[in-house]
Design a protein around this ligand. Sequence first.
Ligand code: ZN
Length: 341
Amino acid sequence: MKALVKVSPEPGLELVDVPEPTIGPNEVLIKVLRTGICGTDLHIDHWDPWAQRVVPTPLTIGHEFCGEIVELGSAVEDLKVGMFVSGEGHYVCGRCRACLAGKRHLCRNTQGIGYMVPGCFSEYFAMPAGNVWEHRVDVDPDVAAIFDPFGNAVHTALQFPALGEDVLVSGAGPIGIMAALVAQFSGARHVVISDLSEERLELARSLGLVHAVNPAQTPLSSIFDSAKMREGFDIGLEMSGSGRALSDMIDNMTHGGRIALLGTPARPTEIDFSKIIFNMLTLQGVTGRQIFETWYAMTVLLESGLDISGVITDRLPYTEYREAFTIAGNGRGGKVVMDWS
Ligand code: ZN
């Protein structure tokens, strides 16, 4: 079968023939239909310092997918051939304190598919049955392919109840836009999304996020009047990884405001902690998804009418992966999905 592989420890990826995976008793074999390209995949392609430190070679990359189960391991009883599925790409140990407490998203021994263990950018993919999520409602395959980053957005946006609150989302990449849409869907009064890229802001506006601003041109505080905000944002969702965006957010929060941080800074960030202390702000780090509570939330949000399909801006066959990665890497568009069917 074909697979997109980081063959050797240097920049680039290769579409190569590899053996079809064989499955163990507790695994299923999935025919991959669609995959999403994540920033992580771009880091691995470019072979940046993080990738050099973490990623073993050779390795099939990729962690965002949907597909159809085509074979069951001998011990798998709760899944069926033909099911339309995605999967949680974090394999947890099951034995650490968090795992034993049922908080698998906090496992200290997590292994991630596509950067630590083999990923899903291939025609067939083997996954432990316990990581598989069945799409029980009618979900478009392109949307099903991005449940992993949609889950990041939902996990972040649901950290703090948004009903009636004013929410600032910094970073209008696909995950930031999805988080803003979830906050809006959850009953926030105003959702303001910020980014330095006009293309991304335009995408956000086209999806119904009317308060999409470039903080380099429009100070965040200048929209308080038009939005009838008196004291600042109640909730902040930091999705950009920019230290400057976080500082700007902290400066514009109401006293007692709560901030969830998903964007990962590339380097240590300087923060004025006196503002956290005197304004009694809460900072909550967020990673991954709750296994499987966030997956349940994603499914029922879609079922309830939330539409995130607009963040997908480009669809290409996997054979055009080089073009797909170039589009994903130019930082202007939305989500890029590759078709493996
Ligand atoms: Zn664990």
